[in-house]
Design a protein around this ligand. Sequence first.
Ligand code: HEM
Length: 464
Amino acid sequence: MPLPPGPDLSSWRQLYRWIREPMPFLEECRARYGRSWTLHLPGLAHAVVMTTDDAVIRAVFADAGDALHAGEANVVLRPFVGRRSILLADGPAHRRKRKLLLPPFHGERMHAYGRTILEVADASVDRWAVGRAFPLHPEMREITLRIIVRTVFGIEGDARFEELVGLLGEALDAAAWPPLLMPMFQRRLLGFGPWARYERTVRDADAILYEEIARRRRADVPRADILSMLLSARDEDGHPMPDAELRDELVTLLVAGHETTATALTWAFRHLLERRDLEGRMLAELEPAFARGPDALAKLPLLDAVTRETLRLRPVIPIVARLLKEPMRLGELDLPAGVAIAPAIYVTQRDPELFENPSAFDPDRFLRTSSRPAASEWFPFGGGVRRCVGMAFALYEMKLVLATVVRRARLRLAPGAVAGMERRSITFAPRDGLPVLAVAKAPRGESVADEAPERRATTPEAAE
Ligand code: HEM
């Protein structure tokens, strides 16, 4: 079975381009080879067939998880989330884990986290000084890390949790260097270097996590946080989750639930700062909804459209992958066992056949029509049985943080801020952490709209 054609470069050159400039590389391949193409990367036993083909993507997301293995395709994440993580599981083990992890992120339960999200976002805005430039991405990381730690553990203001927040932030900073994704760079070098620093902080964070698991098991007091729900969960034989598995799932939620959302939020501001004509409309929509609480905010049409458009143009994670366990026909593609099929989120969501003027940041595209794009056209959270466990939580969190910041702080790009993006581990964020300047700020519970707003319309355009 011949695989779709792909770049005629050495596998090392393909890897270099994939690590250094994945977005232009994806776009070039799409332009040159059509809807599906094949990459060969050193260190991977299998070829990777990337696709933007609607029928193939639908077939991938329709699989029940036995013929297509995402866990095996995610093996590169093992040193970061632990070998028992849901991200690395497949088949029945994966189904069991999902059953345990989904309930805390569903419906009503998720909405209980609304007040926490607003409170954490407010506390960050309180600290911003008017007139002083600062990078926004670290602020967003701090907000989303505090939110996830508070919702997972249900605790705040405790010294050990302050330490945990610090250690997790440090571990993720250490792991952000892209070469660390490759085993050859995961070396201790006599206790020095980024890998040794990463391992040390993870060890310290683990000590706090295991201590908290033990303390909660002893206390046995029912609580509403995610850790308590996982502690009380039982498998079909009535067994609780062992400590080591619980540790890996907690780390997965903390890691998967924080850097991704922070990066998406930073992109949202990157584009909003260039579409200042949206500021007045957003403020007008937000103001009356704040009095009605977090759920009313989350239902606002323009806020929702800004969130979805950000994730369309800047999906944070450019592809998802599945390893074929048997030969399969996916759409028109006949593929052998042992290759990986990768729906290419980034290029699909910029396909001019699917989205008009696709490189423009244009939230109104979601308001002009009542129909949503199909699950094979807009899929920043992946799809099928592997779709992101935290999707509803992330959308809710993004909207509430955006609402708080837009309402209280008038931000501008700092002088000298440059366009472009940089890779942090598997995510892609605005360059230099997006330096911004707060030119005005309102106290908690008030809006910058109350001061005479400076309005300047700009045309929608791509950020690059
Ligand atoms: C904007 C924010 C986020 C984005 C863009 C994002 C994106 C993704 C993507 C692309 C996947 C892989 C899906 C696939 O293979 O089809 C994934 C999986 C996952 N995400 Fe997220 N995510 C976000 C936030 C979160 C949050 C807040 C949490 C939890 C608190 C979370 C937890 C997970 C977990 C546990 C998985 C593994 C699911 C599985 O393997 O069954 N994510 N996410």
